[in-house]
Design a protein around this ligand. Structure first.
Ligand code: IMP
Ligand code: MG
Length: 175
């Protein structure tokens, strides 16, 4: 199935960057009450690798999110399909997102999580497409900045396919 996908960021480069992000987070959150909030579905691969690079006591929570609208366009209207299972009041929340595209999803999630009264809320995104920004959001930890292309793999899908690719790639047209 991978034959029609070209590599944009290979698995070794992703692993190297995830190690660096994990080391940074480990430094910054020492002595804090860290909760990684994995935004489903796209961030499940990134979160599982990142969590294993953080050398601190921490928790993982999952937030299921569905963006209304079909295909490759984000509508910015976000439906919560699975909520956190434990309160994060007083905790240091780090939202783990696969990609910040227009910024609408993260803006919505920041608003939502702040109502839960955490001690802090920050954002860790593997990818950022600045060309498509519609709302500026803080990205406190960023893996890679990419150009305005639709990418798949490492958790990211195209119509639910390709999430299991171990690299970030581009779907070749005609596939
Ligand atoms: P935003 O609300 O426009 O920032 O979109 C964020 C969400 O859209 C991401 O969490 C992804 O689920 C999805 N998305 C945006 N760009 C891509 C892409 O290039 N490939 C796969 N999913 C994407
Ligand atoms: Mg996502």
């Amino acid at each position: 199935m991978a034959t029609n996908v070209s590599t944009m960021i290979d698995a070794d480069h992703i692993a190297q960057r995830v190690r660096e992000l994990g080391a940074e987070i480990t430094r910054d959150y020492a002595g804090r009450s860290l909760v990684l909030v994995c935004v489903l579905k796209g961030s499940f691969v990134f979160t599982s690798d990142l969590a294993r690079q953080i050398d601190l006591p921490m928790r993982v929570e999952f937030l299921g999110v569905r963006s209304y609208g079909e295909g490759t366009k984000s509508s910015g209207v976000v439906q919560i399909t699975h909520d956190l299972t434990k309160p994060v009041e007083g905790d240091d929340v780090l939202i783990v997102e696969d990609i910040v595209d227009t910024g609408l999803t993260i803006a919505h999630l920041l608003d939502l999580l702040r109502t839960r009264k955490p001690a802090s809320v920050k954002v860790c995104a593997l990818l950022h497409k600045p060309a498509r920004t519609r709302i500026q959001v803080p990205i406190d930890y960023l893996g890679f900045t990419i150009e305005d292309k639709f990418v798949v793999g490492y958790g990211l899908d195209w119509a639910e396919r390709y999430r299991n690719l171990p690299f970030i790639g581009l779907v070749e047209s005609g596939s």
